[in-house]
Design a protein around this ligand. Sequence first.
Ligand code: BTN
Length: 125
Amino acid sequence: AAKCSLTGQWKNDLGSNMTISAISEKGIFLGAYLTSVSATNKTILTSPLIGYQQLNGSSTFGFTVKWSFTSSITVFTGQCFIDETGQPTLQTAWLLRSESGDIKDNWSQTRVGYNIFHKLPSKRS
Ligand code: BTN
């Protein structure tokens, strides 16, 4: 498959923005996530993420976003592709866990979905 680097700036189909920094030699990466939407009414803040990428030419990855403006957590899994137009694309699935104050409400606290991310052009220096 064509080479596909996670490092850089991405925007998804909801309009959320994500920046992924360099990938370590062990496949660990850090980043920042600015969601365009929230299940809460709180003011949205840029939130940290940490992930793992498979190495040796693989393009599968997973990361966790620890929302800094609320108590929920989202995990994403995905794969990086070069699409038919030559653009780097992330195909992902996610689980959003919201916190409930009562175990009786546990059943309703996990949302699931999919997001597609496209890479933003990197600025020349
Ligand atoms: C929350 O509302 O509890 C925190 C923000 C959750 C945003 C979700 S994560 C999955 C989906 N993809 C996005 O880019 N934003 C939403």
